[in-house]
Design a protein around this ligand. Structure first.
Ligand code: HEC
Length: 71
C-alpha cells in the first residue's frame, strides 16, 4: 500500500513512514489483528463485545495516524 518512493504528489503520508518502516508495519499488523478479531466478535453476535472490539480497531487507526499522517 505504501511502496518506497510513493511519498510524492498529493499525500498526507509523513516521510517518517519510510524511515521507520518496521514500526509502521507493526502498526499496520496491529490493525489487521484487531480487525480480524472484530470479524469474529461480530459473528458471535455479542453486542457489548462488538462495541469494545470496535474501539480496539479505532485505537489502531489513531495510533498510526497520530504518528504517520500529517494534519
Ligand atoms: C498503519 C498505518 C495506518 C492505519 C492502521 C490506518 N491508517 Fe488511515 N491513513 C494512514 C496514512 C499514512 C494516511 C495518509 C495517506 C495519504 O494521505 O496518502 C491515512 C489516511 C486516512 C484517511 C484519509 C484522511 C485524509 O486526510 O485524507 C482516512 C479516512 C483514514 N486514513 C481512515 C482510517 C481508518 C478508519 C482506519 C482504521 C479502521 C485507518 N485509517 C487505519 C495510515 C494508517
Amino acid at each position: 500500500m505504501f511502496p518506497a518512493g510513493s511519498d510524492k504528489g498529493d499525500t498526507k503520508a509523513k516521510p517518517a513512514i519510510w524511515s521507520s518502516l518496521a514500526d509502521f508495519t507493526a502498526k499496520a499488523q496491529a490493525f489487521e489483528t484487531e480487525s480480524a478479531k472484530l470479524v469474529q466478535v461480530v459473528a458471535s453476535g455479542d453486542k457489548a463485545a462488538v462495541q469494545k472490539q470496535f474501539g480496539a480497531v479505532g485505537g489502531t487507526c489513531k495510533a498510526c495516524h497520530d504518528a504517520y499522517r500529517a494534519e
